[in-house]
Write a protein that binds this ligand. Structure first.
Ligand code: ATP
Ligand code: LTN
Length: 335
């Protein structure tokens, strides 16, 4: 590929649809970054089985996730979009990294503490415990300069850097030390029903999140029933008017019109007018992505072919790193 620096990020195939928060908070940036970087985007199905999963759902969600990423602008001819289990080097490097990670070090990962508490410590799996080490393997295989992630992944990135430095100093220079590219909070999208909580797939009320795969009527209905306030003025004031502020922010992020200009244009108008226009803006942004994703899913053979070619690109780089690692730790080459 080109002389651009490498970049890697990963997403779990854990839902049947992405939501507007995932799109504006992460995916839009990934699409933009593929111009300046040699990008690797991995759908982490190995990570998805660290908690109990339904096999048919996992299969369907893996393809649906891929379709939505491509539909939203990840270009398989520019970037390598692939499925983690198609590149065995991920599991292979994870084993080596497991062996240089301290038990105490792994025990300090806060995401494991949160998730295992939810599952009940007895039912949490060892796979969930070593999740961050598999993530480190995902990253280090591709020698990336940058790893775009949300704030919640900062600790996993720190562990990745520590493991890379440890390996390099013990066995000789092997890994690039990656930098976390923490995606800015500017495009943080809030729940439509509970606008002080972030839009999240684990929301209590499904009416609060706009899914990328929702049909137009559903999107319009959800936005029209968004919680606002009784004051009646259209201005951005996150403290006192989180619902209205969120609608303005969604509009602005998708349309490119500034919040100040929206405030001026809507001055004196009622919330119904604002909601109708936000619904229009969301539908015109998301509708075509949803339709393309549905088209891609209707041709499963073509989708699988795109993923296979992504995996081939990924393997070229990953296998080279893995071969160096195997050699440095003292494994002999097979005849
Ligand atoms: P969960 O329901 O488990 O919290 P989620 O819906 O928040 O999941 P993740 O899979 O944790 O989504 O996140 C995927 C990416 O989307 C991350 O980079 C995250 O920062 C981003 N993201 C998620 N929700 C939002 C949001 N409401 N606003 C902006 N970005 C978001
Ligand atoms: N843990 C991440 C998903 C993930 C990832 C990665 C992100 C797995 N492997 C490698 C960046 C790089 C999450 O839950 N968002």
């Amino acid at each position: 590929m080109s002389a651009k620096p490498n970049l890697l990020s990963g997403m779990q195939p854990s839902a049947s649809s992405l939501h507007l928060g995932n799109y504006l908070g992460a995916l839009v940036n990934w699409v933009r970054m593929q111009e300046d970087f040699n990008a690797f985007y991995v759908i982490v199905d190995l990570h998805a089985i660290t908690v109990p999963q339904d096999p048919n759902e996992l299969r369907a969600n893996t393809r649906r996730t891929a379709a939505q990423y491509i539909a939203a602008g990840i270009d398989p001819s520019k970037s390598a979009l692939f499925v983690q289990s198609h590149v065995p080097a991920h599991a292979e490097l994870a084993w080596v990294l497991n062996c240089i990670t301290g038990f105490g070090e792994a025990s300090r990962m806060t995401q494991f503490k949160d998730k295992s508490q939810k599952a009940g410590t007895d039912s949490a799996s060892v796979g969930l415990f070593t999740y961050p080490i598999l993530q480190a393997a995902d990253i280090l295989l591709y020698q990336p300069k940058a790893v775009p992630v949300g704030e919640d992944q900062r600790q996993h990135l720190e562990l990745t850097r520590d493991l890379a430095e440890r390996f390099n100093s013990r066995f000789g220079q092997t890994f690039t030390i990656p930098e976390a590219h923490i995606l800015k909070e500017t495009a943080k999208i809030y729940d439509l029903q509970n606008p002080t909580a972030k839009m999240s797939k684990s929301a209590a009320d499904p009416k609060g999140l706009v899914n990328m795969m929702d049909d137009d009527a559903t999107i319009a209905k959800k936005i029209k029933s968004a919680v606002t306030d009784t004051e009646g003025s259209i201005k951005s004031d996150w403290e006192n008017k989180p619902g209205v502020s969120n609608l303005l922010s969604i509009h602005s992020s998708l349309s490119g019109e500034s919040v100040i200009s929206l405030e001026e244009r809507f001055s004196g108008a009622g919330y119904g007018v604002l909601k109708a226009e936000v619904a229009e803006v969301v539908i015109s942004a998301i509708g075509p992505i949803r339709d393309r994703a549905n088209d891609l899913m209707s041709d499963q053979a073509e989708l699988d072919r795109l993923l296979a070619s992504g995996a081939e690109k990924a393997k070229t780089v990953a296998n080279q790193t893995l071969a160096a690692v195997y050699d440095r730790v003292g494994f002999i080459k097979p005849e």
